[in-house]
Design a protein around this ligand. Sequence first.
Ligand SMILES: Cc1cc2nc3c(=O)[nH]c(=O)nc-3n(C[C@H](O)[C@H](O)[C@H](O)COP(=O)(O)OP(=O)(O)OC[C@H]3O[C@@H](n4cnc5c(N)ncnc54)[C@H](O)[C@@H]3O)c2cc1C
Length: 128
Amino acid sequence: MFQANAMTTVGRNSQHVAVIGAGAAGLVCARELLREQHKPVVFEQSTAVGGVWVCEPNNASSHSPMYEGLVTNLTKEQMQFSDFAFPDACPEYPKRAQVLAYLEAFADQFAIRELVRFRTKEIGRAHV
Ligand SMILES: Cc1cc2nc3c(=O)[nH]c(=O)nc-3n(C[C@H](O)[C@H](O)[C@H](O)COP(=O)(O)OP(=O)(O)OC[C@H]3O[C@@H](n4cnc5c(N)ncnc54)[C@H](O)[C@@H]3O)c2cc1C
C-alpha cells in the first residue's frame, strides 16, 4: 500500500514542491522529494500528521471515518513502506493507534514534520 516510486532528478535543478496533505501519501511523497534534493512544503489542513489514521473519538468536530478500536484488514508487512518497517512488537494486524504511531515515527525519522504547515488548507495553486 505505502510503496514509493523514487524518481531520479539527475541533471535537473532542485525545485520547490507543494505537497497537499500529511497523510501516508503526503509523508512519503515529501520524503522522496527530499531524497532527490527538492524542497517540499507540506500543506495540512488539520493539526497533525497521519491523515485518516488520526482519530479523536471524544472530539465532536472530528471528521475521521475511523473509530478507536479499529484494527487493520491488511498485515503490517503489506501496509508498511518498503524501507521502513513496523516495530517487531507491533501485532500482525495493527490497531489504528499503532498505524498512526508508525506514520508519526516515519515523519520524525525523515524530518518531515518540520516541513508541514499545519492548519493550512490548500485551495488553489501553491506559491511556496
Ligand atoms: C475506515 C478505514 C479503514 C481503513 N483501513 C485500512 C487498512 O486496514 N489498511 C490499509 O492499508 N488502509 C486502510 N485504509 C485506507 C487509508 O485511507 C490508507 O491507508 C491511507 O492512510 C491513505 O493515505 P492518504 O495520505 O492517501 O490520505 P489521508 O490519510 O486521507 O490523508 C490526506 C491528508 O490530506 C489532508 N488534506 C486533504 N485536502 C487538503 C487540502 N486541500 N489542504 C490541506 N490538507 C488537505 C487531510 O487533512 C489529511 O491529513 C482505511 C481507510 C478507512 C477510511
